[in-house]
Design a protein around this ligand. Sequence first.
Ligand SMILES: Nc1ncnc2c1ncn2[C@@H]1O[C@H](COP(=O)(O)OP(=O)(O)O)[C@@H](O)[C@H]1O
Ligand SMILES: [Mg+2]
Length: 223
Amino acid sequence: MNKQVLEFKNVWKTYHMGDGLVNALAGLDLSLDEGSFTAVMGPSGSGKSTFLHVAGILDEPTMGVFRINGKETINLSMKEQARLRRNEIGFIFQRFNLLSQLTSLENVMLPMINKDLEKAKEILDKMGLEDKHHKRPTQLSGGELQRVAIARALINDPSIILADEPTGELDTANADSIMKILQDLNHNNGVSIVVVTHNPASASFADEIIHMSDGKIVNMDSK
Ligand SMILES: Nc1ncnc2c1ncn2[C@@H]1O[C@H](COP(=O)(O)OP(=O)(O)O)[C@@H](O)[C@H]1O
Ligand SMILES: [Mg+2]
């Protein structure tokens, strides 16, 4: 039996919007195996980012059961949640979310508890950024920025990478190279990966593609 890295059982997430309520997730059911590589597609507002936020313990379900590596996070203290998030999860965002006043190396070291300069350098080198360690974000291209962001996401050896439209700001060549890096991490290091994307070419790197609509999964394609 495969171990499940993420499990959603009838998960709802309700937000207040003005006087009304919005069900960003509306009975989401999903189990992802350890070592899987999944793309999530769906129209704007279908709940993709909310799904990633719950998966990454940045947000809690309003109702339903959510487990990460078999653990139900809602019972954990804030401190335990933070530790789980830091140790198990790497986030990658569309707009990179790097701190502009810090160098690549400093950005990558930010989430490290025990600052390990050599490890940070090594991960940047693996991303092909050996000559960019001391550059700040304004001195880097979009593709380079996203590779710094991936290095930062990997610095604590997460078991899961969650990426929210990581190729949304990139041209085709850079988008493919970012997806290739994620695919290599999945194949060679066994990291489980979930990528939200609007781009079918980016989605095609994944082993399965989930389609969301109105806070639910409406379709799932496997390779
Ligand atoms: N923090 C929030 N407060 C209120 N409504 C939200 C919040 N986050 C998301 N929503 C609403 O939930 C729905 C799903 O949003 P989201 O998960 O961002 O979708 P997607 O990423 O697919 O575009 C949308 O209707 C959105 O407006
Ligand atoms: Mg979104």
